[in-house]
Design a binder for this molecule. Structure first.
Ligand code: AMP
Ligand code: MG
Length: 500
């Protein structure tokens, strides 16, 4: 295969409304870096909803120039491709400088959703690639594309994905695979690790510039503040958002897998989808990352790890803050926001709108019963929603939930407490609320795997169909009923490789 060359800047049918923000910060923060071409490429998945939200023209997918640009084979006029530098703690240990090793930002655009950074993941090596090839394989790119949009569909803050393009160009992991590029979109991809980088290197001026940039561009409430108040305010707001995010992950059974500080978004977005998993059978000790031998990032540990990561961020901000107490107070926010948010979300899953003293115990008892029998997390909540909805008319409405448990007497006992707690609330409307809260469709590993296998065979239909379903996960999608069921036997043998 001839080495493809990068085509010069060009005008595509759309002029992208570039508006540098982080991109205007200067050379201490990022290094210009063109993508390395991957021709010939093809569309693997396109996200028309995001296209709409960004106010980009619907016909974009028909443009060969755009396909080229979003595969890294051509530059869009006005774009300024660059890779940013960050450091971080990986698995609890300081890892030093990392940086965008395979993500290239094309620049930021002005959209109805505010300024959005357009980033190509897998578009070739950057100055921060270290020993990596700067590429991403098709399987992990499809997973990131679908997972970001599934999260968005669930109402959970996340980076978005505009499209995936694929190419026959070989990429070597455990085996020979093929290359793909995901176009990721977020108001900012700044990570805790960006702050740690400048702090660890004693670059206080750059640290301040970065903090001021984040406040001015993304934390408008803090704009009028200065000094300690501004930087502690930033720490507190990141803490609050992270606490909310953890509550949301826990409430849908999402396991990130690699919660290193370089994968933690300062905006509180879910970021960097690798060996993630939406849990099937409920197991708080579930570890989705095969390299995580100690279970540092097990499902139940995620909230604690996020708090640890926030301390790294707090430590990194200390050169801008002249006393420990306000920084510690900002971090303390986590201890109230996380439990409150989780309680509220778990109550919502049970259809409860007000708080009662025994609610946490009610949730805990149910989760323990689910854990004991490894009951499917998503199916249980969905069946419970239907049960409540139908319980006004049907005597045996709870049987389909009960059937999920091996220890049925444990469920029966729990149900008595639950029904007492529901009291005389109108079951149909409680159930209706629950059906809008507890998703029917999640991106189970085996669904992603089926879409990947079909895509490898050249059929991208399931990628697109899954995207559509996952955008409205609480709705009925009769043609895709099979995707709502329990994971098949073979799902437990899927090995999600950490290499991506
Ligand atoms: P991760 O934990 O996957 O988010 O990645 C940790 C670091 O490794 C980041 O700096 C990534 O940019 C970098 N990295 C991961 N995979 C590659 C690759 N194939 N080529 C270059 N850099 C990579
Ligand atoms: Mg990463």
């Amino acid at each position: 295969m001839n080495t493809p060359t990068l085509t010069a800047p060009m005008d595509t049918p759309t002029r992208w409304p570039w508006q540098p923000s982080f991109g205007a910060l200067g050379s201490a923060f990022h290094t210009p870096c063109p993508p390395t071409p991957l021709a010939p490429s093809h569309w693997v998945g396109c996200n028309p909803r995001l296209l709409d939200a960004l106010d980009l023209p619907t016909g974009l997918w028909q443009s060969p120039e755009v396909l080229d640009a979003l595969s890294g084979n051509a530059l869009l006029a006005g774009s300024s491709p660059s890779a940013s530098v960050y450091s971080g703690h990986q698995f609890g240990v300081w890892a030093g400088q990392l940086g965008d090793g395979r993500a290239i930002s094309l620049g930021e655009i002005h959209t109805p959703e505010g300024v959005q950074d357009i980033q190509l993941k897998g578009a070739g090596p950057t100055p921060y690639s270290r020993r990596g090839d700067g590429r991403a394989v098709l399987r992990s790119s499809i997973r990131e594309f679908l997972a970001s949009e599934a999260m968005h569909g669930l109402g959970i803050p996340t980076t978005r994905a505009l499209c995936v393009t694929g190419s026959p160009t070989p990429v070597y992991r455990e085996a020979r695979e093929t290359a793909a590029v995901v176009t990721r979109v977020a108001p900012s991809f700044v990570r805790f690790g960006h702050f740690e980088h400048f702090s660890a290197n004693g670059h206080t001026e750059e640290l301040r510039m970065l903090a001021d940039h984040m406040v001015d561009a993304h934390f408008h409430k803090l704009q009028g503040l200065n000094g300690n108040a501004r930087y502690c305010g930033l720490l507190q707001e990141v803490t609050r958002r992270t606490a909310e995010l953890m509550a949301q992950w826990q409430a849908v059974g999402f396991c990130h897998g690699v919660m290193n500080t370089d994968n933690m978004s300062v905006l509180g977005l879910t970021l960097d989808y690798g060996p993630f998993q939406f849990m099937d059978g409920f197991n708080p000790d579930h570890i989705c990352n095969h390299s995580d031998t100690s279970g540092r990032y097990a499902y139940a540990r995620q909230p604690q790890v996020a708090y640890w990561n926030l301390f790294c961020l707090g430590q990194a901000l200390m050169p801008l803050i002249d006393a420990q107490a306000p920084a510690l107070a900002a971090l303390e926010t986590y201890k109230t926001v996380f439990p409150q948010s989780l309680d509220q979300r778990m109550r919502a899953k049970l259809g409860l709108t007000d708080a009662h003293d025994g609610d946490r115990a009610l949730v805990e008892t149910l989760l323990q019963a689910m854990q004991q029998d490894r009951v499917d997390f998503t199916v249980m909540w969905r069946r419970l929603s239907h049960a409540v909805h139908e319980s006004a008319q049907l005597t045996h409405a709870f049987d389909p939930v009960r059937d999920l448990f091996l220890h049925r007497e444990v469920f029966d006992a729990w149900r008595i407490h639950y029904e007492a707690r529901l009291g005389n609330a109108d079951r149909r409307s409680v159930g209706q609320r629950m059906l809008g809260t507890n998703p029917k469709f999640i991106l189970r590993n085996h669904l992603g795997e089926m879409a990947i296998q079909q895509a490898k065979a050249g059929d991208f239909g399931m990628v697109q169909a899954l995207l559509n379903v996952l955008h409205a996960p609480c709705d009925e999608h009769p043609a895709c009923e099979g995707w709502a069921g329990l994971a098949p036997e073979w799902a437990s043998s899927i090995e999600i490789s950490c290499s991506s």
